[in-house]
Ligand binder design. Structure first.
Ligand SMILES: [Zn+2]
Length: 357
């Protein structure tokens, strides 16, 4: 009884908060299900270097400069797990750039699970593993949450930030695979199958939020972790902390849920509520809900290169700190009970696969 009463009080508080102006979007973003995976086929056509025609005498090296970009987190080194390029194909990049988990071989072709979770046989470039898998939420006819002023779709922002995060981590030496590489629908089942097949050291699902409780004095970013995984929890605290610090300098009218932070959501059965966190069990996975795309000032921010870069850099830095330090992150909070379903999606109903070849 006590629990029920508290729950009702919280629900009433939430309704009141919602009442003052933040209209809930229908498709809340947190569908744990959805988007396709695509690893941008790193067009590895080797460029033919021009023949060296001159022999230049180099001046004596006076400084020893370590080539390469500035580290994402100064002083932190990550030992990325070695990936054997000659190893078994865990996934494949099809000629149209779709990344699919491999379930078998058929001669010189791959038997795969398609974005719509069907079986198909395709040709393509094999992937034998990944250090990091980045998952851009939603896609195709599942746009996720939609901004109310510019109609900015979550699926578009999620992919743009996933691509930037991939690039930053690759510059830091990681092998990174995206679950979705373009604007197509992809089931939670296929996303999860990609993650478990590639067995990355970290998995981040990128989303943007809707349906806040109300205004907030600072960024209302949230990061969900797998309830049974201490590794997922630590990664979530780092993602939350990095995003919070990266967003704070942007002074806008933020919104949030009153329990914003690094947190979990339980299904009625007791396990993880979000499909993407359930289907990645065994991999340290988190679901990041960064800015609220449903909040006009934050939708404006999400249209800018500066803000997108800040978010991508924050996620990349969090992954580096997760793998290269014992840092615990911050923002851990106990979520209030939620009864309203997250925006659906991610299933196979009505799903149409993109062209695979
Ligand atoms: Zn979403």
């Amino acid at each position: 009884m006590v629990t029920l009463a508290v729950t009702l009080l919280r629900q009433n508080a939430r309704r009141l908060a919602l009442g003052f102006g933040v209209v809930a979007l229908i498709a809340g973003c947190a569908a744990g299900d959805e988007a396709p995976v695509v690893v941008a086929p790193s067009s590895s056509s080797p460029t033919t270097a021009p023949p060296a025609t001159t022999t230049t005498t180099l001046p004596p090296a006076t400084t020893t400069t370590t080539a390469g970009p500035a580290p994402l987190v100064p002083g932190v080194h990550v030992d990325w797990a070695a990936i054997d390029p000659a190893g078994e194909a865990k996934a494949v990049v099809t000629p149209t750039g779709i990344v699919l988990p491999v379930v078998g071989l058929d001669g010189d072709r791959y038997v795969v699970t398609t974005p719509c979770a069907q079986q198909a046989t395709v040709s393509g470039t094999p992937l034998t593993g990944a250090n990091v898998v980045i998952d851009a939420g939603h896609g195709g006819d599942e746009p996720g949450a939609v901004g109310r002023v510019h109609g900015l779709t979550e699926k578009e922002v999620n992919l743009a930030i996933a691509e930037q995060t991939k690039q930053l981590l690759e510059e830091a030496g990681a092998t990174v695979v995206l679950t979705r590489t373009a604007d197509y629908r992809i089931t939670l089942a296929t996303r999860g199958a990609l993650a478990t097949a590639l067995a990355p050291q970290a998995f981040v699902s990128i989303h943007h939020n809707a349906e806040p409780d109300g205004p907030w004095d600072g960024p209302g970013n949230e990061t969900y972790y797998q309830i049974a995984s201490p590794d997922s929890k630590r990664l979530a605290g780092l993602v939350w902390e990095e995003i919070h610090e990266a967003f704070a300098p942007f002074a806008v009218s933020w919104v949030a849920d009153t329990d914003a932070g690094a947190k979990y959501r339980l299904a009625s059965s007791g396990g993880d509520y979000y499909g993407i966190l359930k289907r990645t069990a065994g991999v340290a996975a988190v679901l990041s809900e960064a800015a609220f795309i449903s909040n006009p000032p934050e939708e404006e921010l999400l249209l800018t290169d500066d803000f997108r870069h800040a978010e991508a850099l924050a996620i990349a830095r969090a992954v580096v700190r997760y793998l290269g330090t014992p840092d615990q992150g911050s923002g851990y909070t106990t979520p209030y009970d939620r009864t309203e379903p997250a925006g659906g999606g991610g299933g196979t109903s009505g799903c149409e696969d993109p062209a695979l070849e």
